[in-house]
Design a binder for this molecule. Structure first.
Ligand code: ADP
Length: 449
């Protein structure tokens, strides 16, 4: 069953049940109130008769005649003695004579159903008869008018219920459409997107800010992210293939050179082997970095543990200062700085920044670690080539190299800083750069504390 039909059926059923319940309650409440009023009316007739009997002495002469004057227009008056015998029975309608009777010593009210299905209100009150005996005076009246009123009310309520069910059905259909429309839009968009190869969003303008709006908005945000990641992936593949093209072309041309002249000109042998070796090393380094970048893009890969950032930085400084034979100094007032991080990844990010400082400068390198109330800052400062404003804007882009010529020498791939930024961002932080071209550069890692 379609969701819209389900909503419509469910809502209509609920409405029908509520309408039936309310109308049944109205019917029975009205019946109860009307019945009480009728019984009260017969009771007051009985009371009037009792008062008249008490005040009037003429009853002794002809009780039958006296009682006849008080008979209800559609009812009966009966007098029953203590042997349960009717001694007076006055009525204009014969059906009353079949009504049951009993002698009672206490006043009582009764509603009974006659053989024909008609209901009767019967009031019984004790009475001192003219011979001094205690009798029961019974005043009865049928409730035909109440029956008629109740049948009219029944018809009115059935009609009213039928009329009320129509808007319930319309409301169910309207609500079904209201809920289904955005879901349908979403389904269409989901089926059309792969077909058209586009990332279409759904229109959520002019919509009230309800859960359906939130659903549409979340879907649009997801489409934005998909679109962005799709574009990034496309860009990455095209950048990567472009970057790999150069070393492959170099390797290929040297291989052809060797094939053609290798035997005749041994002097080109060394040069070709060296070039092929260095380009294949570059390719290996690049593919490793691409793999690392792909891995780092998955946040859930992080393995958090308590890391002493001071000791970690000191280790990296030690190995790089030996490798590059450079003076790298750590400035910090802290002995220990324990922080929750992925040790391997954060060390990779630090390694990239210090390695860059070594590659793109010749003099000393200063590293400082500071702990503030809400963040930790690790700065790497070098006094090398520096970066222009435009270069500073792009150095975190993948495959971006500030000066292609000098980078080819340094073996740079343009992926290091993007990897470092991904790692730091995955830790909830950021990397900021400040530089003066030809003078100095400072790369600062900001980690939330
Ligand atoms: P690469 O592998 O080329 O070093 P990175 O992403 O680490 O890749 O760096 C991108 C570019 O930013 C480098 O090619 C270089 O031009 C520039 N760069 C990075 N660090 C520094 C620095 N400390 N001083 C000057 N330029 C730098």
């Amino acid at each position: 069953m379609k969701l819209r039909t389900k909503i419509q059926v469910f809502l209509s059923l609920i409405m029908i049940i509520v309408i039936i319940f309310i109308n049944t309650a109205i019917y029975f409440l009205f019946y109860k109130v009307s019945l009480d009023a009728e019984v009260e009316r017969v009771q007051s007739q009985a009371n009037t008769l009792m008062e008249a009997l008490a005040e009037n002495e003429n009853i002794d002469a002809d009780p039958h005649q006296f009682l006849r004057a008080y008979i209800p227009s559609n009812g009966m008056i009966r007098v029953i003695n203590d042997q349960n015998e009717v001694i007076e029975s006055i009525s204009k309608e014969v059906e009353y004579y079949n009504l049951p009777f009993t002698f009672v010593k206490k006043q009582s009210q009764q509603v009974i159903q006659g053989d024909s299905g008609t209901r009767y209100a019967i009031i019984s009150v004790p009475l001192i008869w003219n011979d001094g005996q205690v009798m029961t005076l019974q005043v009865a009246e049928h409730l035909t008018s109440l029956k008629e009123t109740m049948s009219t009310l029944f018809i009115v309520l059935v009609f009213a219920s039928l009329i009320m069910i129509v808007p319930a059905l319309i409301a169910g259909r309207w609500l079904g459409n209201f809920v289904i429309k955005p879901i349908r839009q979403l389904t269409h968009s989901m089926t059309d997107n792969p077909k058209d190869g586009e990332w279409k969003k759904i229109d959520i303008h002019n919509r009230s800010k309800d859960e359906l709006y939130l659903m549409g908005n979340t879907y649009n945000q997801m489409i934005d992210r998909l679109n962005e990641s799709f574009n990034r992936q496309e860009q990455f593949v095209s950048d990567a293939s472009h970057e790999l093209k150069t070393p492959i072309t170099i390797i290929k041309s040297y291989a052809q050179l060797l094939k053609r002249w290798g035997n005749e000109k041994p002097e080109i042998f060394d040069e070709a082997v060296q070039a092929i070796n260095s380009e294949s090393n570059r390719m290996q380094h690049m593919t490793e970095q691409m793999l690392s970048l792909a891995k780092n893009q998955q946040r859930e890969n992080l393995l958090f543990e308590s890391v002493n950032l001071i000791a970690l930085t000191q280790d990296i400084i030690r190995s790089l200062s030996v490798a590059y034979n450079r003076k790298i100094t750590l400035f910090t007032e802290l002995q220990n700085l324990e922080h929750s991080a992925d040790k391997e990844k954060i060390s990779q990010a630090l390694y990239i920044l210090i390695d860059n400082a070594c590659k793109y400068s010749d003099s000393e390198i200063n590293i400082s670690i500071d702990q503030f109330e809400q963040e930790i800052q690790i700065s790497v400062e070098d006094f090398g080539e520096g970066l222009t404003e435009t270069e500073q804007e792009h150095i975190f882009d993948r495959f971006y190299r500030a000066d292609k010529a000098r980078n080819r020498e340094s073996g740079g791939t343009g992926l290091g800083l993007s990897i470092a930024l991904y790692i730091v961002r995955a830790h909830g932080g950021d990397i900021k750069v400040k530089s003066n071209e030809g003078e100095w550069s400072v790369f600062t890692i900001h980690l939330p504390y």
